[in-house]
Structures are given as C-alpha cells and as structure tokens.
Design a protein around this ligand. Structure first.
Ligand code: G6P
Length: 613
C-alpha cells in the first residue's frame, strides 16, 4: 500500500527520491517523508499530507547527499500525522527504515521492546523494525545480519529499505511475503530501489525484482542478493519494456481522464501479438496450453478484487458462451476462507492490475496448496501474480496511475474474450465461420471505444445536471450486470456519492423503494439479449417518478423517448458490449467528481495497490 523509493549513487538523492515518491502516490498519500545520509549523519524530513507538502518543506531547507530513502504512506497503525510518517529511526538515530506492509505481531514485539527500555516515538508498527535492527546491530556489529535477524522476527508481509550511519555505503532492501514488489534499478555507478517500476523507470530500465524472503545489499556499484540464512541467491537483471512517458499526464487534467482516453490504444495493445490475421486464430503462448490440456479443463474459477473481480464476472459469460466451460467467480478476499472445492480439471484464474493485491495473491497460494493449476491476467510486469502463475496473459496496457481503474478494466475483458475463443478452438468446439466472426468483432473494438469516447462532451453535460445528486442506482443485466457494479464503483470511489449497482431483475425485490424524483437510475440498455427486459425496467422506474439515465445504442428511438437522458454508444456485438457500455459510465463518474472539484487521482481512503489484507 505504501510507496518506497531509495537511491545510492553519485547524484543528489533528494530530487530523485521526491520524484519517485510522486510517481508512487497512487499507493498511499496521507503522509510522506525522506531521509538523506551525508557525512555519516542522517537528516529526516516528514509531513502529514501529500508528497507536494514534503517537497515544499524540503525546498525551503534542502538536504544534500547522494544516499537517500523516501516513503509515501497509507496509514494502517496510527493516524496520518508527522510523527507516524516514515522514515522511522532506532533509538540511537543511527538506523532508519521505510516500510510497506503490516507487522502482524507488532503488539507482542512492542511489548518486548518496551520491556527492554525502548521508548517509542510513534504509534506505528514500522518503528519496531527500526528498533529491532538497532538492537541486533549492537549485538552483532553486522548490519546485514541484524536485518536478517529482524526479518525472522516479523510476522506478515513486508517490503522495506534500511539506511544507516554504521555501514553508510550501503542500503539494505528486503521483501517478505506479498506486501508488494521491491524493484532494484541498475544504473552507472548508481542504484535505485522502489516499490514499483514507474518510480525509477526515468533513470533506468535495467531492473530486477526481489523474491519473498530475499534481501539485497545495495551499493553504488551494484547489488548482492541473499536469503534469510545469508546464502547468496541469483537475480536476473532485465530491461523493462515500459515507456516512462506513459506515466505522465500529458494534456489531461487527471491521470484517470488520460487513462480513459488511452483505451483505444490500450485495447489495441492488449490484442497485439495475440491474433493471427490470416487464420483468424488466437494465440496465447503465456498460458502454455495444448489441445490435450485444454480438453481436460472442466471448470475455471476466477478470483480477483474490486474492478478486476467485475471483469471476471464479464469473463464468466464470455467463457461460458464461447467455450462452454463452466466458470465460477468469487472475490479473492473470500476465496481462501471459503475452502473452495477445486476438483481435478479446475483452473484458478486471477485477474489483477497490480499483480500485488494481497487477497489475490493469497487466493493463488490457496489454489496452489490444493494442487490446482493457476493462471493470471496481470498488468504490472514483474509482479508476483505474473511470476508465480503457471500461465499468464499480460494486459499490455502500460502503467495505470489513477486509483480508479479504467483501462485495466477493459483490457482484461478482451483478454478473457481471447481466452474463451482460444479455449473453444483448442477444445474443438468452434466452427470456422463462427471463429472468424468472433475475431472480426474483436478487431473492431478499439474503434467502437473511440466512437464512445468521442461523446465525452455530451456525458459532461449530463454530469453537470446531476453533479449534486445524493446517490444513484445502476442497473444492468446479463453480460452488462457487472457493468452496473463497475459504474457504481467508479462513482463512489471518486465522487464519494452513494451508488449501488444491481442486477436489474432484482430491482423489484427491494431497491425500487429508493426510487423517487431525486434518485437517478442509470440503466444499461444496449442491444444485447436482455434489451427488452431493460426497457421494461426503464418503464417501471418512470412509473415511480424516477429519473432515468440510459446507456443506449445510436438510433434507439424507443429509449430516446422513454429516458430522461441518454448516453449514446455505437452499435456493438453484444458479447463485446461491456467494453463499450462502461465508457460513458467511466466518463460520467469522472465528470461528476471533476465538477465537484475532487481529488480524482487520489481519492480519500483508497490506494491503488492494496497489499494488506
Ligand atoms: C484497489 C483499487 C481498485 C482495484 C483493486 C484490485 O481496491 O483501488 O481500483 O480494482 O484494488 O486491484 P488489482 O491491482 O488487483 O487489480
């Protein structure tokens, strides 16, 4: 959840750390801090609030030095004030730590430390780490050993970096469990450390990623990896393919708006390299799938969190309709506690933008422990969910910075569609004419999305009329039911308005009681097999004086007459309609929040990568 950046080299560390922290603010932004080491002395600056506040503070009084660590926080233990902001120091001010994760045995460790006379300066769990390293250092005179001993004491999942005056020419980075990544960036006589690629990709693309229970001793000249016993381990440095420019806002006001508009390109990118245009066949080599293996699949169990889980729900219809393989969907936070029945022939498929979400990774572990094959659809290159899966499909959409997910919703829908066609083909259940039709439809998606995006002005006008609404109901059915959930999630995430997504057929069993002239009902009524049902839904809502905002297909006069407002979309084959119906809902949420002057890219209480349970 939190973001970590560190630097050791020949340049001034402070601007590098600050710039990296800004790129990581999507991970948490309630307080920030940095520490710079110079002349065997550590100077710390910390603030409550965002990295911009930290930048203002250090601008007045810059810290000079070529070794530094920084942190942007999403509070778990202790309120987001200056005292609780990282870095945290041990008692003697010789050792500082930045940390991402939760020390699950924090109370126990704190008691032990207090009994030894340690005085705590903050309410955080992280401070225990700083004290433990300090105590073990006193005992051993060996910083790396002290960190290893500390790691062995910690329960939970962690990413951390330690800097010290006792061994000043090195930083120690470590990872335990699934608290998010720790990337090491290799430069010329300089090294970078960060929780995620965008923080350091401006400086180097040569990176390696720490595995769980490994630590890196990082100096200006490079790094050495070891496990918790101190035995050397290998790390492969690879060039990450992302373009740093992709993490800039460009002409847009917010990353979210930019990412909504990027979907024409990101959808084309997710298709790229996967379609043989001659034979009209899909190829997903990352899954390591043969026809024989595909035929043995009896069920796909999709598990994911948030927006990714809604993608999975769309995937259920796609895979069941196209490949006729049964699919079950469960949110990942429930999966490992549900003791899921994973019979032979079941594949567990996780979907994750970050590839770091703690619940999703725990679901993967649960599936693994039951001997089940695990696949992933992931965006973040090098992430845990990508690396540990037996087969993986990369979303290929580039960094997503806005906390509210947009392009990482639509791309995996296409990935799941491709998976469905691929499976159907391998299992021998797809006639050639049908396959060609499915592929032709797929290829048109980026242009449908482009046409839907071209109506942004119209969506903004509707948002202006509804920007003061108290809340909204979103209704969808069949393949567009998850779009109702996703539309409602987008609105609540960034505008803080209460919004509920509902299967339209359930409206009469309760939510209809909410309908009056103040409650807008957003109805997804595209040309899909559930269209007539959605029209009667609009009629039922109008009969109760409800205000209807419909998502409808160009030229649909019936809905044009019935609804109060229509957000028009181009005609699209129904299996692919969710990728298009979601566009006006993303834009609507965005403009309602923008018109209310809210902090769209960093909404309150949220974080983009939820690496704690
Ligand atoms: C957080 C984010 C959501 C995201 C979810 C799953 O809650 O705020 O936007 O959908 O995590 O994230 P993942 O990285 O696993 O897709």
């Amino acid at each position: 959840m939190c973001g970590i950046v560190a630097y050791i080299g020949w340049q001034d560390a402070m601007p590098i750390v600050l710039d990296g922290l800004k790129k990581l603010e999507y991970r948490g932004y309630d307080s920030a801090g940095l520490a710079i080491l110079e002349d065997k002395k550590i100077e710390i600056r910390r603030v409550a609030g965002k990295v911009a506040a930290l930048e203002n503070l250090v601008c007045e009084n810059p810290l000079v030095g070529s070794i530094g660590i920084g942190h942007t926080r999403w509070a778990t233990h202790g309120v987001p004030n200056e005292q609780n902001a990282h870095p945290h120091m041990g008692v003697s001010d010789r050792i500082v730590v930045v940390h991402n994760g939760i020390v699950e045995n924090f109370l126990e460790l704190r008691e032990e430390l207090v009994a030894k006379g340690v005085e705590f300066k903050s309410e955080t769990d992280t401070e225990t780490i700083a004290h433990l390293v300090e105590i073990y250092y006193r005992e051993t005179n060996d910083l790396v050993l002290a960190v290893r001993k500390t790691l062995k004491k910690l329960k939970g999942a962690h990413g951390l970096v330690v800097m010290s005056t006792v061994e000043p020419e090195k930083l120690i980075a470590a990872r335990l469990g699934n608290a998010g990544g720790v990337a090491l960036g290799v430069g010329e006589n300089e090294m970078f450390i960060a929780s995620d690629i965008p923080a350091i990709v401006n400086h180097t693309r040569m990176m390696t990623f720490l595995e769980s229970a490994h630590l890196a001793v990082v100096t200006r000249d490079g790094f050495m990896l070891q496990d918790l016993e101190g035995d050397s381990v290998n790390g492969v440095v690879e060039e990450v393919p992302w373009d740093a420019v992709a993490a800039e806002k460009g002409k847009y006001r917010h990353f979210m708006q930019k990412e909504i508009h990027e979907q024409v390109r990101s959808l084309a990118d997710t298709l790229s390299g996967r379609i043989d245009y001659e034979s009209h066949r899909i190829w997903l080599p990352g899954l390591n799938l043969s026809a024989a293996k595909a035929k043995k699949i009896k069920k796909i169990f999709i598990t994911a969190c948030g927006t990714a889980a809604y993608t999975g729900m769309v995937g259920k219809t796609l895979i069941e309709q196209i490949a006729r393989v049964p699919v079950e969907v469960m949110v990942a936070s429930e999966f490992r506690y549900a003791d899921p029945i994973l019979e032979e022939g079941t594949v567990v498929l996780v979907i994750s933008q970050s590839g770091e979400t703690a619940d999703t990774l725990a679901a993967m572990e649960e599936a693994r422990s039951k001997g089940t094959e695990v696949w992933s659809i992931v965006n973040a290159i090098g992430s845990q969910a990508m690396r540990v899966a037996d087969g993986s499909i990369s979303m290929q959409v580039g960094p997503e910075i806005g906390v509210a997910s947009t392009k990482a919703f639509t791309a995996p829908v296409l990935d799941l569609y491709m998976l469905a066609v691929y499976l159907a083909d391998l299992r021998g259940g797809l006639e050639e004419a049908r396959r060609i039709e499915l592929i032709e439809d797929l290829l048109s998606v980026p242009s449908f999305v482009e046409r839907a995006l071209a109506r942004e002005d119209q969506v903004r006008e509707v948002a202006e009329r509804y920007k003061d609404m108290q809340g909204a109901l979103y209704l969808g059915r069949g393949i567009n039911m998850p779009i109702a959930y996703e539309g409602a999630l987008k609105l609540k995430e960034i505008s803080y308005k209460h919004a509920e997504g509902y299967p339209a057929g359930e409206m009469k069993h309760g939510p209809i009681a909410l309908v009056d002239e103040h409650m807008p009902v957003i109805v997804i009524a595209s040309q899909d097999p559930w269209y007539d049902k959605m029209v009667s839904q609009i009629e039922q809502t109008k009969a109760r004086n409800g205000k209807v905002i419909a998502i409808a297909t160009d030229g649909d006069e019936r809905i044009g007459e019935l609804a109060d407002e229509v957000l028009w979309i181009p005609a699209v084959p129904w299996l692919l309609s969710p990728v298009v119906t979601v566009i006006p809902l993303q834009l609507f949420a965005y403009h309602v929040a923008a018109l209310n002057g809210l902090d769209i890219d960093q909404p309150r209480n949220l974080a983009k990568s939820v690496t704690v349970e």
